[in-house]
Design a protein around this ligand. Structure first.
Ligand code: HMG
Ligand code: MG
Length: 298
């Protein structure tokens, strides 16, 4: 029994471009985002209001939001690590913020220079302040399936952190397989542990496709009733503070599978391929997305 409609939450402009060595000019980022909107994407994470010292590729967040403007029916979001980031996001007119923390101490330290406890306190603080300012807040938990520095991550810890984030007022929690080590049975175990404590529509899956298991894990989520899947155009992406992290599940691969199974996304697959072609042109290399390469080869 599958959901009839799901959201593909696009993270290519943020998760993809944060990991490119070359920083794209702002107008190129805006062109890519425009193509994603034209394809019918409705939820797009466009940038991050993080420290430009840590992620120089996204230092132009304010200017980018100015260039993309507002689109009816489309929600642009961005990562917000602290109150300083929230202040910037608010001034830029952002409607939705995303807080992000890790389920493993070592990744937390490397990624945001905080322990899990400090990060959780910070995320709660940002969530409260953002909601007061009228923004919706999404949350990410990274390294749920495994950590590049510590390996195994206990599911009890994942459940505990997720419950605290949801209690803090986020509307959705995106579970990150940051380095793409998850396999389907593990996905089933993680979801069933969490679903004892929260409704399924609270959860999203953020799967990196490093080892080719993202779509298989997404299918497990779909069967469990998950209705939001993070994906990036062409499979762009990674995390610069998680060695070995490759791109996300490719948006076109997700949409192709979902439509083939009779699950609606509201996205036009042909237009999405056009956006993928633009992404390749801007990045200057072939992207990993399988559907994209198949469609362009025809
Ligand atoms: P820090 O160095 O510990 O803290 O960084 P700080 O407060 O001392 O800040 C250092 C400098 O940055 C200061 O400037 C601050 O003012 C400035 P200075 O005084 O040296 O000139 N600063 C800022 N500037 C602009 N905007 C801000 C901001 N905050 C501080 N918001 C910090 C701590 C959290 C800021 C830093 O570690 C950081 O920005 N980290 C972000 C790393 C990141 O973006 N990683 C990738 C995203 S996470 C991901 O990809 C995983 C995900 O996809 C899910 C998954 O796959 O699992 C979401
Ligand atoms: Mg990611």
């Amino acid at each position: 029994h599958l959901p009839r409609k799901v959201d593909v939450y696009e993270v290519g402009p943020r998760d993809g471009l944060q990991n490119e060595l070359r920083t794209l000019p702002t107008r190129d980022k805006a062109r890519l985002i425009n193509a994603l909107v034209a394809a019918g994407e409705k939820r797009i994470e466009v940038t991050s209001f993080v420290s430009p010292k840590w992620i120089p590729q996204l230092a132009d967040a304010e200017e980018l939001l100015k260039q993309v403007g507002r689109r009816p029916g489309v929600v642009f979001s961005a990562l917000v690590p602290n109150l300083k980031g929230l202040e910037r996001a608010q001034a830029a007119g952002l409607e939705e913020a995303a807080v992000f923390i890790s389920a493993s101490e070592a990744h937390s330290k490397k990624n945001i220079n905080k322990t899990i406890a400090e990060a959780l306190a910070g995320a709660k603080e940002v969530t409260g302040a953002a909601r007061k300012a009228g923004m919706r807040v999404r949350g990410y938990l990274s390294t749920v399936w495994g950590c590049p520095y510590e390996g195994h991550v206990p599911v009890e810890r994942v459940v505990d952190i997720c419950r605290q984030l949801v209690d803090a007022g986020i509307y959705q929690l995106s579970l990150g397989d940051t380095i793409g080590v998850g396999t389907p049975r593990q996905t089933e175990e993680i979801l069933s542990a969490l679903l004892q404590h929260m409704p399924v529509d609270t959860l999203a899956l953020h799967l990196h496709d490093t080892r080719g298991t993202a779509l298989a894990n997404a299918l497990v989520g779909l069967s469990a009733g998950v209705t939001t899947f993070d994906a990036s155009i062409g499979g762009l992406g990674g995390c610069p503070y998680a060695p070995g992290a490759a791109g996300n599940l490719a948006s076109e691969d997700a949409v192709f599978m979902l439509h083939g199974m009779g699950v609606d996304t509201g996205i036009n697959l042909d237009r999405l391929v056009e956006a993928g072609e633009i992404a390749q042109e801007l990045i200057g290399r072939k992207l990993a997305g399988k559907y994209l390469q198949a469609a362009l080869g025809e």
